[in-house]
Design a protein around this ligand. Sequence first.
Ligand code: FMN
Length: 147
Amino acid sequence: MKTLIIYKSVHRKNTEKLAKVMAEVMNADVAKVEDVRPEVLEGYDLIGFGSGIYASKLHNKLFKFIRKMPATDKKVFIFCTSGSGEFKKKQLITEKLELKGCTIVAEFNCSGEFSPLGFNLDKKGHPDENDLKRARQFAQGLVDLQQ
Ligand SMILES: Cc1cc2nc3c(=O)[nH]c(=O)nc-3n(C[C@H](O)[C@H](O)[C@H](O)COP(=O)(O)O)c2cc1C
């Protein structure tokens, strides 16, 4: 199974940490969204899309990338980190991916530390070791699913 993980991580590199541990487990290629040309997706069996949550949404660059993607029946998974620890408006991206013809096979989310200024203190240090362990297990689950 050839996997590509595409991400945007702008605030504290929280989502980048998830992308990297998932890529390690899956032996996947991993790239920032601005470094990926939509045409390369053809060479992969499974694509991951992830970012932090900003103003309730995944990063706009992911949506722009999906708009440029050719129609494709690829399997995809989505992941995020967020201050709330939730992924409330995930249908915004799942709808766009499904309209392209993709099948969403899994999703993952965890808390991501928000601000060094004293807000969101209960999320300090996230993603932490336990979050990363869950991310590795999630990635292993995807590997097992494809075998
Ligand atoms: C400008 C901005 C807006 C944010 N908006 C939200 C939000 O609406 N809901 C939420 O739960 N977290 C929000 N967060 C927190 C981020 O989702 C969280 O810190 C995330 O882990 C950042 O990921 P990154 O380090 O990969 O960019 C926001 C953070 C920033 C910087």
